[in-house]
Ligand binder design. Structure first.
Ligand SMILES: Cc1cc2nc3c(=O)[nH]c(=O)nc-3n(C[C@H](O)[C@H](O)[C@H](O)COP(=O)(O)OP(=O)(O)OC[C@H]3O[C@@H](n4cnc5c(N)ncnc54)[C@H](O)[C@@H]3O)c2cc1C
Length: 331
């Protein structure tokens, strides 16, 4: 059979990431369409648990135990092992999630295996003659491109949260794989420091309350944060708010921020520019509050409330608290 489709898994805190399940779903569908094998690869200090998790999404998983993953940069260790395995097995297509580590893995693999990368993938379809055809968002989200590889091998770097992970009809098999001694960077990881986070990171959140230039100041994000807390969600922001220094970049949604896929996206004082839209349009329900009835977001929000966010926001807070039988925290 012609070369397989591989999905490279990513392990954080001993568990497979949600992005990895999206990558495995795409690799499996691509392999099904192409009539090829689909294989996941998990490289970790102890790959057993995360490999089993990934096998729910793909028929076969290669579990690579790499003790050095504990003390060397994970992306470098993963790339070295995947490259060694790929030199043997010669997969045709390798799908990787465009997380910070995933980008590093893709870059390193491209050099080590001398193959090309198609980045910013929003979708991948199989075209018999052309192979995988990758739809990507380019030029700041203004253009959607469709590209194919010129060779019969390549790497697809999948944007997070653009496709819904879907378990395979039956769980796959996990095989212990060894790639032998690999040459990994001498850079040592001396410590892991978790960023202070009271909230779920936005790329994992089920509810996001986001603020834009309309909130006007760091203090303006108070109502955004209050609503997020009340709804059990996380705070998002536009680039305008981040560039103004009102909130950290980790909260930015959009073309040059994160792609999110919450059940509810509540946008306060956000116009809904295309570069913001590409990061949040996968939300199941989009609700917006804006005093301009004609902002772009009005065209694609499920519910668009025209009004001042500093009046509508507190009114929503009051309504939620009233329904829950609570008073407002600030009286
Ligand atoms: C290459 C490139 C990449 C980019 N990447 C991103 C990205 O990743 N993410 C991103 O978000 N943007 C990105 N942008 C910027 C993007 O084009 C927009 O400029 C930005 O999204 C606008 O942010 P905003 O909606 O907060 O501000 P604005 O467009 O200024 O909209 C503010 C809105 O708030 C409303 N408003 C004001 N006051 C109130 C109030 N009191 N109550 C209610 N409504 C009010 C206004 O009516 C207005 O609609 C990028 C741009 C480029 C060129």
């Amino acid at each position: 059979m012609a070369g397989a489709v591989w999905a490279v898994g990513e392990v954080v805190d001993g568990a497979i990431t949600r992005m990895s399940t999206e990558v495995a779903t795409v690799a499996r569908r691509l392999a099904d369409a192409a009539g090829r094998d689909a294989t996941g690869v998990v490289v970790a200090g102890d790959p057993t648990g995360p490999s089993t998790e990934l096998a729910a999404y793909i028929p076969r998983v290669l579990a690579v135990a790499a003790a050095e993953a504990e003390r060397r940069p994970a992306a470098a260790v993963t790339a070295a092992h995947v490259a060694a395995l790929a030199r043997e097995a010669r997969p045709a297509w390798i799908v990787i999630g465009a997380t910070p580590d995933g980008r590093d893995v893709a870059g390193a693999l491209a050099v080590m295996l001398d193959i090309g990368v198609l980045a910013n993938a929003l979708d991948v379809a199989w075209d018999g003659a052309a192979g995988p055809v990758v739809e990507a968002s380019v030029l700041g989200g203004r253009v959607l491109s469709r590209s194919a590889f010129t060779a019969d091998r390549g790497i697809v770097l999948l944007t997070p949260n653009v496709i819904a992970a879907e378990p395979a009809p039956a769980a796959g098999v996990v095989e212990v794989a060894a790639s032998g001694a690999v040459d990994v960077t001498a850079v040592a990881v001396v410590d892991h420091v978790a960023a202070p986070a009271e909230q779920v990171p936005i790329e994992e959140a089920r509810v996001i309350v986001a603020g834009g230039r309309g909130v006007g100041s760091p203090e303006g994000f108070g109502i955004v944060a209050e609503l997020a807390e009340l709804l059990g969600g996380s705070v998002g922001a536009t680039r305008a708010a981040v560039d103004a220094g009102w909130i950290d970049y980790a909260h930015q949604v959009g073309q040059t921020g994160k792609s999110v896929r919450p059940a509810l996206y509540l946008a306060l004082g956000i116009s809904g520019a295309i570069q913001h839209r590409v990061g949040m349009q996968a939300a199941e329900t989009i609700v917006a509050v804006n005093r301009d009835p004609d902002a772009p977001l009005a065209e694609y929000a499920d519910l668009y409330a025209v009004g001042d966010l500093f009046e509508v926001g507190p009114a929503i807070v009051d309504e939620i608290r009233a329904r829950r039988g609570q008073g407002r925290s600030d009286g």
